[in-house]
Design a binder for this molecule. Structure first.
Ligand SMILES: Nc1ncnc2c1ncn2[C@@H]1O[C@H](COP(=O)(O)OP(=O)(O)OP(=O)(O)O)[C@@H](O)[C@H]1O
Ligand SMILES: [Mg+2]
Length: 358
């Protein structure tokens, strides 16, 4: 008698699971975007991506500072170990035909032909390939600002996965994921949450309210995109992801990520004289409070960290108050306008807050 075994199509491969875990570590609160990226990656790994087009065409909408660009950098960081491993095009910079030549190079015979290194050449796409992974990440930022000629170029890439350069060479995008970002509709979206409750209710209200509001925000975002972009463009997208606005619980998690990055900067900057940070919970709370402005996502938090932590640290380094191997404790006293820095000279454990491992 034959046996029927039910299979589980929701289970992913090890690599895709690894990517998902890494991304969730690096990007907070945008699980929808993460799962779409992981799906595309899984398709690429199994060779099941559709032929003759990019591996994925994604449009990311949503408020400023919510992680749209970050999730792309984080994908490159997770897969090719380099957050800069992304070919990034700021659409606002390519308004005129001579600027488009920076992207695709100029035809042979034109003045300056030899000097132009097309930004979208095959070499540029392949530059970040590794032995294990021949996949590129291309980001078109602020696409609502693209000129008509850039749009045409983009439509060709999204549809056929190819681009013809000024000198007629062809660039193949079938091993690329194309990301596009836009703030389009962000005002309408924030107006949905803002008037009565504060936009941040999307992150701090109860779960049903949160889900409802996020649903409305997504619908508003997609509607704004449909109004602004042509049907040809919308039809070429695999996914439109609307990013959530970040709330205090998200910022609490992001502060830890950012503090890790500060420690990495110390490691790179101080080289042989590196020291370690131990940031208390009260100091983190203070940074989050100083860095919260729901309109601007995580950007004010990053600025608060620069102003309240990194600048004072550089002063301490320059005035040689910090020495090699020190554990610098960063704390905060209630109502104080700044952080408190002190040095642990004996053992790191004495503080009760472990120094971050270097
Ligand atoms: N969801 C998030 N998780 C972790 N860090 C985040 C997140 N959102 C923003 N950040 C931090 O804030 C910075 C700015 O975010 P990002 O550049 O991704 O914003 P954006 O959504 O692309 O905004 P804009 O529409 O203005 O381009 C990031 O570099 C990252 O450090
Ligand atoms: Mg961005």
């Amino acid at each position: 008698m034959s046996q029927i075994q039910l299979l589980d199509p929701s289970r992913k491969g090890r690599e895709a699971e690894g990517l998902e875990t890494r991304l969730r570590h690096l990007v907070i609160g945008q699980d929808d975007a993460i799962s779409k990226i992981v799906e595309a990656y899984q398709g690429f790994r199994t060779g099941m991506s559709p032929a003759g087009r990019p591996v994925g065409n994604f449009l990311f909408l949503g408020p400023t500072g919510s992680g749209k660009t970050r999730v792309v950098e984080a994908t490159a960081e997770a897969l090719v170990k380099d957050p800069g491993g992304v070919v990034k095009i700021d659409c606002a910079e390519y308004q005129h035909s001579h600027e488009i030549a920076k992207l695709i190079g100029s035809p042979p015979g034109y003045l300056g032909h030899r000097e132009t290194n097309a930004l979208l050449s095959q070499e540029a796409l392949n530059r970040h390939h590794t032995e294990e992974l021949k996949l590129s990440f291309v980001l078109f930022d602020e696409i609502e600002k693209a000129s008509d000629s850039l749009w045409n170029l983009l439509l060709g890439i999204l549809d056929k996965g190819t681009l013809t350069l000024g000198d007629n060479r062809r660039v193949d995008f079938s091993q690329s994921i194309i990301f596009m970002t836009s703030n389009l509709g962000a005002a309408e979206m924030s107006a949905l949450g803002a008037p009565r409750l504060g936009f941040h209710v999307a992150c701090s209200g109860d779960d049903t309210n949160k889900a409802k509001l996020n649903g409305k925000i997504t619908t508003a975002g997609v509607a704004a995109a449909r109004r602004r972009f042509t049907p040809e463009f919308m039809n070429r997208l695999d996914q439109i992801v609307v990013f959530r606005s970040l709330g205090t619980p998200d910022l609490r998690k992001i502060v830890d990520i950012e503090l890790d990055l500060v420690q990495q900067r110390i490691r790179a900057a101080a080289r042989d004289n590196r020291f370690f940070l131990a940031v208390t919970e009260s100091a983190k709370e203070f940074l989050v409070a100083e860095g919260t402005d729901v309109r601007y996502g995580a950007r004010p938090l990053k600025r608060a960290i620069e102003r309240l932590l990194v600048h004072p640290l550089s002063n301490l380094m320059a005035s040689r108050q910090i020495r090699r191997g020190d554990c610098i404790r960063v704390s905060h006293a209630q109502h104080a306008p700044t952080l408190l820095f002190s040095r642990e000279t004996e053992t790191e454990q004495a503080w009760g807050v472990g120094c971050q491992a270097a």
